[in-house]
Design a protein around this ligand. Structure first.
Ligand code: RNT
Ligand code: ZN
Length: 423
């Protein structure tokens, strides 16, 4: 049997198996096609950006390791790589930029001077490729962030610099959203914290709140941009204290109607981010997810289809929360083909949503309501061996993207033809 016939036959069998459970695979795929994933631009060049040709990630409590050849050195190369990645991912997705990815024409433009003009090429590219954009202020890799504090610094001049930067980033986001006809999510993550035991947490938290109040005093229409704020448990060099902790931002988000950004790598390893969804959506309108993978001290390994990602997808589908949720990727790994990492992470995230969409939700709720916890547990466990892979392969086939391990040779080909030729 030829490859296509095999995929179709497997899909037909899978469709029947799911139909026996009362699940329509076609409906699940239709829903899956409406979930945009925002690809993190920073996986393409190890969070370097284009402020100078030598720019690289420094400080901020985050780190890239590895030196796999072929990283994008210019915005044109990054766009080219992103287009390649998109061509391997089924569906229509978004692209998530950081402020350091502007195009500054060889000029030194400091963070408190950037404007939408520096992102003209990105906006043009997004229009041409029908990709929507998201945005992030960059409060790291900068001399003014070197002492570990930005928006919560006790130095008023430093604080003012970063306030100006974030305000400009929100303005740029609004321009992107307006021009691309889709609200641009602006996410704010700052590295502020301390390596060792602080004695004045209160002052830094008050300062951060004050800075946020000033930043958010300019209002934008939700059709243009929306604000998210991202907490963290600890970072490299901020092991004892992070100013923007979960409780800090949870409180701020509820009090000020902001979106909470949940990064899957930013919590205690036994804490369930999935469990936080139904709790927080009672109090905030929308959530942003940074789909990531924590490993030991690192919160930013390439996403794979693991229990954490599945649990989040299941909660979002079960609660019918998808219209109130924005999904972005956040990882950076320089030890492997960077385009491949994007694609694996995005496809794994989509697979998690597919697994969730193929769940016989009503049947499970029925068992739960009857207190038949044996039936609930048994069904949940039987679902794990249902042929969702056949449905996924069929979805890839219909979307004209590589199916299964075809992906590997497709990425290798791009590496041979393009990436290895970069100096
Ligand atoms: C860092 C945060 C943040 C960054 C990106 C580059 O711990 O997760 O989201 O990874 O902004
Ligand atoms: Zn993140």
């Amino acid at each position: 049997m030829n490859e296509i016939a095999l995929i179709e036959k497997s899909y037909d069998l899978a469709r029947e198996k799911y139909a026996q459970l009362g699940v329509e695979t076609e409906a699940a795929l239709e829903q899956l096609s409406k979930i945009p994933i925002s690809l993190n631009c920073w996986q393409g060049d190890d969070v370097g950006g284009f402020e100078t040709p030598e720019a690289e990630l420094s400080g901020g409590g985050i780190q890239v390791t590895g030196n796999y050849p072929g990283k994008a050195r210019t915005a044109d190369e990054l766009r080219m790589d992103a287009e390649k990645a998109f061509s391997f991912i089924p569906g229509n997705h978004r692209f998530n930029l950081h402020a350091i990815y502007g195009e500054f024409g060889g000029q030194l433009v400091d963070r408190d001077e950037i404007t939408a003009d520096h992102f003209r090429a990105w906006i043009g590219w997004a229009k041409k490729n029908n990709i929507k954009l998201d945005f992030n202020a960059t409060c790291f890799s900068h001399p003014k962030a070197n002492d570990g504090f930005t928006l919560s610094s006790k130095d008023p001049a430093l604080r003012q610099f970063w306030i100006e930067h974030v305000q400009r980033c929100r303005e740029i986001s609004a321009t992107m959203g307006r021009e691309l006809n889709s609200p641009c999510i602006h996410n704010l993550w700052i590295p502020d914290g301390m390596k060792d035991i602080p004695v004045d947490r209160w002052a830094h938290r008050q300062l951060l709140k004050k800075s946020l109040d000033e930043i958010f005093s300019s209002q934008y229409s939700a059709t243009e941009m929306k604000d998210a704020i991202e907490s963290k448990l600890f970072g490299l060099g901020s092991e004892s204290f992070v100013v923007g902790s979960h409780e800090f931002y949870l409180g701020y988000a509820i009090a000020n109607k902001k979106m909470i950004c949940f990064d899957l790598g930013h919590f205690h390893p036994t804490e369930s981010v999935a469990d936080k969804i139904s709790a927080t959506l009672l109090y905030v309108d929308e959530l942003l997810f940074h789909v990531s993978r924590g490993v030991r001290w690192d919160s930013d390994h390439t996403v794979v289809l693991n229990d954490e990602v599945k649990a989040v997808a299941e909660e979002l589908v079960r609660g019918e929360f998808l219209p109130r949720v924005n999904v972005a990727l956040d990882f950076f790994d320089a030890t492997l083909n960077r385009v491949g990492a994007w694609v694996v992470g995005a496809r794994a995230t989509l697979k998690a949503f597919l697994v969730a969409l193929l769940e016989p939700h009503a049947k499970l709720v029925e068992a739960e309501e009857k207190s038949d916890y044996f039936a609930r547990l048994a069904l949940l466990d039987e679902l794990k061996t249902m042929p969702f892979g056949a449905v996924w392969d069929y979805y890839c086939l219909k979307n004209d993207v590589p199916v299964g391990e075809e992906l590997i040779s497709a990425v290798h080909r791009y590496e041979m033809d393009v990436l290895t030729k970069r100096g």
